[in-house]
Design a protein around this ligand. Sequence first.
Ligand code: UD1
Length: 445
Amino acid sequence: MSQAVENALPIIPSIKDPSPKKKIDGPYLSVTQSLGLEGEVGLAGAKNATLVIMTSLILTAGRSVLRNVPASDDVFHMIQLLQGLGAQAVFNTETNVLEVDTTDLSGYSVAPELMKMMRASVLVMGPLLARFGKAEIGFPGGDVIGARPIDYHIKNFQKMGVDVHEQPDLLVARVRRLQCRNLLLEYPSVGATENLIMLATLTGGTTKIINAALEPEVFDLIAILKQMGARIDTEMPATIVITGVEKLHPVDYTIMYDRMEAGALLTAAAMTGGYVHIPQAPAHLMGMFLMKLQEMGHTVLIGKDGVGVKVKATKNPRAVSIKTGPYPAFPTDLQASMMALLTTAQGVSVIKETVFENRFMHGREMTKMGAQIDVQHDVATIRGVEELYGTHVIASDIRASCALVLAGMKAIGETTISGVYHWKRGYEHLEEKLRSLGASITLYE
Ligand code: UD1
């Protein structure tokens, strides 16, 4: 190529940009353009359901068996947390079976270092209060996607008769006298709903959670609690009714499949112009996401009884608009992947993020790859471009890591992604699944 032509190229990172070859500090993912992903792929168990279900075992004394547990780092963190409380745990990562024995559980304090590893650690609070009448925990950590306070949890624990004192690095909670109440959530928080359900299972009388979160993972928690002997019903509108029982018993339970992993893999098909089949995908729980793929022009085929999805990508995807929200609205956890997909759709797409106030950090990284994204507060406007170009980008949270991998599969050249810690927290070897479909992706640790 002559000098003159080279100078005429747009000034965006491209395969000519040597930056990906620079030494990258720490582990990273390398992805090179991988068009036409094709094949059939299995799914892992749902991470978000698994984490809360693991904490629910605190409510029982004995040996429980959880099946379909994803071997992702957040699960390992939660195992550590339960062990710290005195539980015995054996996790077979080949069979995805986790055995937890809570007979000798005696601790009610979780060290701040463990709490900081993930936000889901706050979900020990309801079960610890139910079992021991006290809990002492650090403040939860997790993804940096907004302020993520826990005021709905605390306010409603207080209404149920729990004293909560905040110390600089510690929350100290003590049951004064548990009482069942009608609890009205000002927002259908997933975590607050789950924490309150768990405390209410062992609180005498009937507790109602009004404006509860109705995410499928909340219902997976309800399903295991019922198997343990809890009494839980639902009422219109969005009310969960819990009648306390004396005792819950250990169980053998199979966790639901991960709709977020399914969404990522189907987006990979759409993104790369491919054709992917996920026989276990819970299509009946993915309505809004699948509808948006169809609106873009992709072919979506749903299996019998709403289980199993095939996505065949269109060559000319159209722009669409999306608004995230509590289930059954478009899930915020698929927003980042969807943004990646929309970067090369024809026309202008608009994404409104209503769940978290700071969840567009991946957009800035995608612009480094040539995407045209304008973010104003909670609205991102994406103007479709012809091509993305590989460069070095940084993942700021679990779902961002996935979105950047997807963008990397579409981009010309090599994309390197650091912040792999998040990828490993959220997914069980998703890079291997993508590779099995034809993606060129390597995890360097
Ligand atoms: C869970 C999921 C996460 C998902 C989110 C929304 C797990 C482990 N994580 O997170 O992947 O993105 O639901 O579907 O299941 N809020 C408050 N005060 C509170 C609680 C929440 O202001 O006490 C706010 C949050 O800052 C956020 C919104 O409510 O803006 C939703 O949060 P919530 O539904 O609680 O999400 P998580 O349970 O943390």
